[in-house]
Design a protein around this ligand. Structure first.
Ligand code: HH2
Length: 273
């Protein structure tokens, strides 16, 4: 099986890379359907930005942004809801979402009560201040330890589908992000499916500046996004969360084929090659 691709749909005015583009519900639904056509296995609908410095959104506003978009997409593609608010998660599930993507890593009781899957992500602190001075004694031990403890609680509560996500960029320096990617296979080895989101994140720009020596802006981070998504999939991640679905899907197919060692078989089917 190839790794899955989760397409990002931010119904927000202020997300770090696509803020304002899909705040209009019709545009959001059109983009979600487009990602589904491109092959996204899941469309992740969020109504609150979690970029560094982001200010929380009121519950009523988040519900207004998310619920109609989830309802319109759910008949066509698997939908996850990216929220930390139990009420928003519940309303999105009511509207058709079957996965709660939880950057707080604390909503397993909601997933258990609603009978849906749950993504537990690790974050140090809260978006408003998380990048001020993130510190760990041992980032791998602390992040993996938190995720496995939360997974245990979720399983005990009866959640049947538990994903773990190290939370790249959430209260982490560039070095913390790279260390977590380096040790990703250890998280995979714990036995839960792993989701990784590096798409367009700031550390990619900092690591690979443009020709002018300046950090690459969010719109110029596709190569780094694909490289890190591919790294994660090769390390065993079962899903990558991306803004650019078509490229990630191509990478996922290649990783899947390489894992199954069918490259040779496929070459035979391509005439003249
Ligand atoms: N990253 C973002 C949001 N949600 N969920 C998971 N599970 N993993 C991630 O790495 C992750 C996430 C941040 O990206 P984006 O949604 O594009 O930006 P914003 O939070 O500004 O809306």
């Amino acid at each position: 099986m190839r790794p899955q691709v989760m397409g990002v749909l931010n119904v927000t005015p202020d997300s770090f890379s696509d803020g304002g583009r899909y705040l209009d519900p019709d545009r959001a639904v059109a983009h979600g359907l487009d990602m589904a056509r491109q092959g996204a296995d899941v469309v992740d609908v969020g109504g609150e930005s979690s970029r560094p410095g982001a200010v929380p959104v009121l519950e009523a506003e988040e519900l207004r942004r998310v619920v109609p978009v989830v309802a319109a997409l759910a008949p066509h593609v698997r939908v996850s809801v990216d929220t930390v608010k139990p009420s928003v998660a519940e309303a999105a599930v009511e509207a058709g979402a079957t996965l709660v993507n939880d950057i707080s890593g604390r909503l397993w009781p909601v997933a258990a009560a609603c009978g849906v899957g749950w993504v537990a992500m690790h974050m140090q602190g809260a978006p408003r201040t998380m990048q001020d001075d993130p510190r760990y004694h041992d980032v791998v031990r602390e992040v993996h330890g938190f995720l496995l403890a939360q997974a245990g609680r979720a399983l005990e509560a009866g959640v049947g589908e538990v994903w773990l996500d190290p939370g790249i960029g959430f209260g982490k320096t560039v070095t913390h992000n790279l260390t977590l990617l380096h040790h990703l296979s250890e998280l995979v080895a714990a036995g839960h499916p792993v989701l990784v989101g590096t798409s367009r994140k700031r550390f990619l720009g900092a690591l690979a500046p443009g020709p002018d020596g300046e950090p690459a802006g969010a719109g110029d981070r596709l190569p780094g996004s694909l490289a890190t998504a591919t790294w994660a999939m090769l390390a065993g991640a079962s899903m990558v969360r991306v803004h650019d679905v078509a490229g990630a899907l191509q990478a996922a197919v290649l990783v899947g084929d390489t894992r199954r060692e069918v490259v040779g078989a496929r070459e035979c089917q391509v005439a003249g090659r």
